[in-house]
Design a protein. Structure first.
Length: 127
């Protein structure tokens, strides 16, 4: 799929272990730049907007069990829930939400590429 997103800032956000880094690498293989929106930016509810200025925000979610297994983390459930609380503003404003628990990295990449292609087509239709 050839999606020209060279002028679009794509932000990736979600809890640790959700698959953001893998998605970022997959997008890069397709020539689509993206950037992580650090969770530290989420302590203030709109800090991610002020710092990263994404045109498209993609939230990659993962359950506590999956995130801790993927990253071999020793989080408590409370620590994980605190991370989700900090990310809630970004999640509410995401253009695309993907639950990564039961999806392969390639399935997630395909969902994002399809989303980007559809949005590019819609933007072209309104010109």
């Amino acid at each position: 799929m050839n999606v020209d997103q060279s002028k679009v800032v794509i932000g990736l956000v979600g809890p640790c272990g959700s698959g953001k880094s893998t998605l970022q690498a997959g997008l890069a293989r397709h020539g689509i730049p993206s950037r992580h929106i650090a969770q530290e930016h989420s302590y203030v509810k709109d800090m991610w907007q002020r710092i990263s200025h994404p045109d498209i925000l993609i939230y990659v979610g993962a359950s506590y069990a999956v995130a801790t297994r993927r990253r071999s983390l020793n989080w408590t459930n409370e620590e994980y829930l605190e991370q989700l609380r900090r990310l809630e503003h970004a999640r509410q404003h995401a253009d695309l939400y993907i639950d990564s628990d039961d999806r392969t990295p390639e399935e997630i990449l395909t969902l994002v590429l399809d989303f980007l292609e559809k949005n590019r087509s819609a933007a072209n239709d309104h010109r």
